[in-house]
Design a protein around this ligand. Structure first.
Ligand SMILES: Cc1cc2nc3c(=O)[nH]c(=O)nc-3n(C[C@H](O)[C@H](O)[C@H](O)COP(=O)(O)OP(=O)(O)OC[C@H]3O[C@@H](n4cnc5c(N)ncnc54)[C@H](O)[C@@H]3O)c2cc1C
Length: 377
């Protein structure tokens, strides 16, 4: 017999990372009563590239959140660096931010609290129940249970939504990441992506005196310091810089689900499937899903959430596919980089598509032009 909390809630959110907090805020904007539980203590850190693209900043604005000055560092575009060749482009509009995860978490958690979300920290959810969820063996009744509990979501398996994976995460879809912060002034107004034979490295400026460096590879044993050896220019820049955080590891998984809800349980963020971290689009996707889910919880129409969720993931999934293809095929990457360097418009067009800006017609004509340049390069 489980003990009962007195109040039934409209929404119980399992997980207080970016997706859970965003969903809690979105549901409160519709006047729903919301409780959120996370097993960790705030502010919650997580290994991440810490780049928030302009579409992510816009999605946060839609939730009523503006990042306060001093909490983040603006950057204006993306630079690719591969085999000594560089290509860069500015975002067509909007600003992107490098933001430490702990700062992002603090800003979002404060906003959620001010909006009236009831927070339970250090409170791991231990199971689903026909009437709600179990927290430390006690039943908390809720009409809806949102699984925002990340890549290894237990809500997903409790609700048997794991059985609806379109592509089981085989080894090839699993990648491994290590990140650390270095105390050094950012040397560019771009977020850099360095392409190597064995890994890719993101460098994101996160403050006036700090950069976040994240290495992603297919090898679980390739740590940051060893991986960086492949990038001599980067090593030189970081050589005398102090570590501003300890190295932390994470897994990034490409996962697509056929269903993202069953009965009263519904998934959001990385729990609901995800694209490889190379896209730097995970946060934006989570915020967009959360806004949509808030609407659908208020109307009680989770079928609409599922259809729109599928549509939302399409563009980041396509970009992830293209970038991973480039990562695997050195020769193609070298040719593409030459085209990007000699034709900055091609790179700017790809970047616009990546962050959801520009028209479909622009993307098609840019794609055709890029294909032609690759054939004739
Ligand atoms: C190396 C790397 C680099 C990345 N770089 C970028 C980037 O530059 N830009 C970008 O936009 N995205 C990036 N991403 C993706 C981004 O980090 C994720 O998409 C984002 O963190 C998803 O948020 P989430 O809330 O779904 O999951 P999480 O951030 O994982 O949060 C899940 C939360 O659930 C809690 N939880 C889990 N189980 C329970 C339970 N049983 N009870 C209670 N709480 C529970 C956890 O404590 C955690 O706080 C990167 C990812 C990786 C791995």
């Amino acid at each position: 017999m489980v003990a009962r909390f007195p109040n039934p809630w409209d929404v119980f959110v399992v997980g207080g990372g970016p997706a859970g907090l965003a969903t809690a805020i979105a549901a409160r904007r519709h006047g729903l009563s919301v409780v959120l539980a996370d097993g960790a203590v705030p502010p919650i850190d997580k290994p991440c590239g810490e780049g928030l693209m302009p579409d992510g900043v816009e999605a946060l604005h839609q939730l009523g959140i503006t990042i306060p000055e001093g909490q983040a560092y603006p950057f204006r575009g993306i630079r690719f660096v591969s085999d000594g060749v560089k290509a860069e482009a500015a975002f067509p509009r909007g600003t992107a931010y490098g933001i430490r995860r702990i700062h992002l978490h603090r800003v979002m958690a404060d906003h959620a609290e001010a909006r009236g979300v009831h927070m339970l920290w250090q409170a791991a959810v231990t199971g689903l129940h026909p009437e709600g969820v179990l927290v430390a063996g006690k039943l908390v009744r809720a009409r809806w249970v949102v699984g925002a509990d990340g890549t290894s979501s237990r809500v997903r398996s409790w609700a048997k939504l794991d059985q609806h994976e379109l592509d089981t995460p085989q080894k090839k879809n699993l990648r491994f990441a290590f990140r650390s912060h270095y105390r050094v002034a950012p040397w560019t107004g771009f977020m850099e992506l360095h392409w190597g034979r064995h890994s890719q490295v993101y460098v994101t400026p996160v403050s006036r005196e700090e950069v976040c460096v994240a290495l992603i590879s297919s090898g679980p044993k390739l740590r940051l310091e060893d991986g960086l050896a492949e990038f001599p220019e980067l090593c030189t820049r970081l050589k005398n810089a102090e570590h501003a955080s300890s190295e932390r590891g994470a897994i990034t998984v490409t996962r697509r689900l056929r269903r993202v809800y069953r009965n009263r349980a519904v998934l959001v963020g990385d729990a609901s499937g995800g694209v490889d971290a190379i896209t730097g689009e995970g946060l934006c996707l989570a915020f967009r899903q959360a806004t949509l889910l808030g609407d659908c919880l208020a109307s009680g129409d989770l079928g609409r959430y599922q259809n729109a969720h599928r549509a939302l993931i399409r563009r980041p999934a396509l970009m992830a596919h293209m970038m991973l293809f480039m990562a695997k095929h050195t020769h193609l990457r070298q040719r593409t980089m030459q085209v990007f360097q000699s034709s900055p418009r091609s790179f700017a067009g790809m970047l616009a598509m990546h962050v959801g800006q520009g028209s479909t017609r622009d993307h098609i004509s840019n794609g055709i032009a890029l294909g032609w340049q690759l054939l004739t390069a």
